[in-house]
Design a protein around this ligand. Structure first.
Ligand code: FES
Length: 106
């Protein structure tokens, strides 16, 4: 279990309890966090679940696999900390992590 926070581009924050093994995207949808569209339902095929992982949480968020890397090319305003939130699994290590939501999705 981890407590994670989503921050929208205009500064609103949503702090939610996330179960281990679920994805960051699933927790955003379940809690009606605005700005995560997740059109493909988590299949790594749409890039509309794009988030920025806080710099200090990058390692805990796990590696970016090649499929995610390819799909990130379709996301809006990519940065070094960009991730597709459907590909980031919750673990205890992510307790306290902050995920910023871009101004818009692809
Ligand atoms: Fe489609 Fe993440 S929900 S790529």
């Amino acid at each position: 279990m981890a407590t994670i926070t989503f921050q929208t581009h205009d500064g609103k924050t949503f702090t939610v309890e996330a179960a281990n093994g679920t994805t960051v995207m699933e927790n955003a949808i379940k809690n009606a966090v605005p700005g995560i569209e997740a059109e493909c339902g988590g299949a790594c095929a749409c890039a509309t679940c794009h988030v920025y992982v806080g710099e200090q949480w990058k390692d805990q968020a796990g590696d970016v696999d090649p499929m995610e890397e390819d799909m990130l090319d379709f996301a809006y305003d990519i940065r070094p900390t960009s991730r597709l939130s459907c590909q980031v699994k919750i673990t205890d290590e992510l307790d306290g992590a902050v995920f910023e939501i871009p101004e818009r999705q692809a």
